[in-house]
Design a protein around this ligand. Structure first.
Ligand SMILES: [Zn+2]
Ligand SMILES: [Zn+2]
Length: 206
């Protein structure tokens, strides 16, 4: 098997992943690949519960943010389970953290990212064409190219023993806001004139 065939078998997201993501693009699969590699490196299974935490360094307003969906599809560390926390640094990297394991950071190499430039896909994107409106052949071409690049040319992987993280403690305690009467989980209760209130009623931002 050549690199492309090997990567196609290992790193092609399942159909439900594309359905969840909503369109075909090269970056969701690159996030998926990053997630699969991270699980392998850390000796983990796909996350069923709340063990694996991911800290993508992406921001907003750039198409590469699709990476984060791929990471969730591969690892089961999802936003809904509060296992994904973006740093909004606008960088194409993510750190994976699991209790008693050495955290690892994946960075998409600048030279690899430069390799996207000649592809038609980005000409469409730069003209403001949404991925679902780009001819499938054009998208497939760039996706296939990413799969033809070996792992070590796509990602720089670093161990981050310095990366310290303490997951928040779970709590089921909730209180009714004394103003609107809606339930609020205790970590979000604020006190106004000695009474418990929710954040919107409190006038505080956080
Ligand atoms: Zn996408
Ligand atoms: Zn309230």
């Amino acid at each position: 098997m050549n690199t492309f065939e090997k990567n196609l078998t290992r790193y092609m997201p399942p159909d439900w992943g594309f359905q969840f993501h909503g369109h075909r693009c090269p970056f969701m699969p690159l996030g998926y690949r990053m997630g699969i590699m991270a699980l392998e490196r850390m000796g983990l299974e796909r996350e069923k519960n709340h063990g694996l935490h991911v800290f993508p360094e992406l921001g907003e307003g750039h198409p590469q943010a699709c990476l984060v969906d791929g990471i969730q599809i591969a690892t089961g560390a999802t936003l809904g389970k509060t296992l994904v926390e973006k740093t909004f640094w606008g960088k194409m990297a993510a750190t994976f953290w699991y209790k008693d394991k050495t955290p690892i950071r994946f960075l998409m190499k600048p030279d690899f990212l430069d390799g996207f430039a000649p592809f038609e896909f980005f000409k469409y994107r730069k003209r403001g064409v949404e991925p679902s409106d780009i001819p499938p052949k054009v998208t497939q071409e760039v996706l296939d190219w990413t799969l033809s690049v070996p792992d070590e040319d796509v990602y720089e992987i670093t161990e981050r023993p310095d990366f310290v993280y303490t997951p928040p403690r779970g709590s089921f305690n909730k209180t009714k806001c004394s103003i609107c009467g809606e339930y609020v989980f205790e970590r979000y209760v604020r006190i106004l004139d000695g009474k418990p209130v929710c954040i919107p009623c409190s006038g505080y931002r956080k």
